[in-house]
Write a protein that binds this ligand. Structure first.
Ligand SMILES: NC(=O)c1ccc[n+]([C@@H]2O[C@H](COP(=O)([O-])OP(=O)(O)OC[C@H]3O[C@@H](n4cnc5c(N)ncnc54)[C@H](O)[C@@H]3O)[C@@H](O)[C@H]2O)c1
Length: 363
């Protein structure tokens, strides 16, 4: 039985506590929150859990095997680093940290201590996103032209990060998964209405190789909750609406094709195709529970999770560059490819280590 400690019992923490508690193979032993009122509420709802206001009470290997961090974004790096240094498997809510060098440091720290580092990109565990991925990789949609995503709501307003850091990690993680690669560059614009230092609404565009783009519009200052992603391909188009209870994805057999010959100079002809619309069957499941199973499975088997530290770093690289663009009047900011560079240097180091081993063995 894996003993779990959860730090942060605000808006999202109680969902994690419930789902971990309902998942086989683990037991939520400790919950920590600085706010005693939050703890009172949790301890009344989950009487078997020990509540504490001190994170040091939880970050102990004699008490727990794994820690879940659901505190404000700016605290993720510091808490995750302490958890990993204590030898604890660590689940960090999205985004992994607020800087890519911090993510890289957490990846190294997890490896040095033999711990699982897991990032809460919950949508990568949703059956709808898996279906979208299947539609893309099977070629049913054709060549992907662009993916656009809208994530809007009235609140909750954050004080430590802007709407980009708060909301766009979800869309970014899904778009990177569907595109199967990182963008070359990113640009972002937005405005801060409620507090001049914190952007409430942001529009980010990711430029991918082969002339593809990913567009993300996020806001916590919008009257209606909207979670819609559109994937436009050369053959078909798919719309994923996460708020739809049943028909979350609709595939449109529609498109526009440029005619090969124009009837006269300067005249462009397009043929419009309006075909069937269908909604593929998606097996209902709770993404948060699937995510937790992924974490527990990695802790038990030692296998790298789908949303490992590298996955978290890729998303942070994009948001970090977009945030820079936001402060640079929407200029294009290249994505540094830290992931591929670091992975390449790591395999080179491993290869030279193996060479040294072979030489030492007289090979
Ligand atoms: N996966 C998702 O869909 C999803 C949804 C919402 C939030 N989140 C993420 O979850 C995290 C928390 O978000 P939230 O909405 O619950 O925030 P919140 O502000 O409602 O709750 C954070 C809690 O952490 C506590 N806290 C802060 N620092 C602490 C510390 N050092 N030790 C112990 N407790 C501490 C606060 O008292 C508060 O109760 C964020 O990273 C956010 O991005 C994820």
């Amino acid at each position: 039985m894996i003993r779990i400690g959860i730090i942060g019992a605000g808006y999202w923490g109680p969902n994690l506590i419930r789902c971990f508690q309902e998942s086989p193979g683990c037991d939520v032993v400790y919950v920590c929150d600085r706010d005693p009122r939050k703890l009172d509420h949790i301890c009344a709802r989950f009487p078997q859990v020990i509540g504490t206001t001190e994170d040091a009470d939880v970050l102990r290997r004699d008490r727990v095997d794994a820690v879940v961090i659901a505190t404000p974004t700016k605290t993720h790096y510091r808490l995750a680093k302490r958890a990993l240094e204590a030898g604890l498997h660590t689940f960090v809510e999205k985004p992994l940290a607020t800087r890519s060098d911090e993510c890289a440091d957490l990846i190294d720290c997890a490896e040095a201590n033999g711990c699982v580092l897991f990032v809460g990109h919950v949508f990568l565990y949703s059956a709808a996103v898996a279906k979208l991925k299947e539609l893309v990789t099977s070629g049913e949609l054709g060549d992907i032209y662009y993916i656009s995503s809208t994530r809007l709501n009235l609140g909750p307003v954050r004080h430590d990060v802007n709407a980009l850091w708060d909301l766009a990690p979800h869309d970014t993680s899904i778009i990177l998964e569907l595109m199967g690669r990182s963008p070359l560059s990113v640009s972002c614009s937005g405005l801060a209405y409620l507090d001049q230092r914190i952007h409430d609404v942001c529009n980010m565009t990711m430029q991918f190789p082969d002339n593809r783009i990913g567009i993300v519009h996020v806001s916590w200052l919008d009257p209606r909750k909207r979670r819609v992603m559109t994937v436009v391909g050369s053959n078909k188009m798919a719309v994923y609406d996460d708020i739809e209870p049943i028909e979350k994805i609709r595939v449109y057999d529609t498109g526009i094709h440029a005619a090969t010959e124009a009837s006269s100079f300067g005249e462009f002809l397009y043929s419009y195709r309006y075909g069937d619309i269908y909604s593929p069957r998606i097996k209902e499941s709770e993404p948060l529970k699937a995510e937790i199973h992924g974490f527990i499975d990695s802790v038990v088997t030692g296998a790298a999770p789908k949303t490992d530290g590298w996955n978290g770093l890729r998303v942070v690289e994009v948001i970090e560059a977009a945030d820079k663009s936001l402060r640079d009047n929407g200029g294009h900011i290249p994505i540094p490819s830290t992931v591929s560079l670091r992975r390449a240097s790591r395999s080179a180091a491993n290869a030279s280590g193996q060479d040294a081993l072979i030489a030492a063995m007289g090979g």
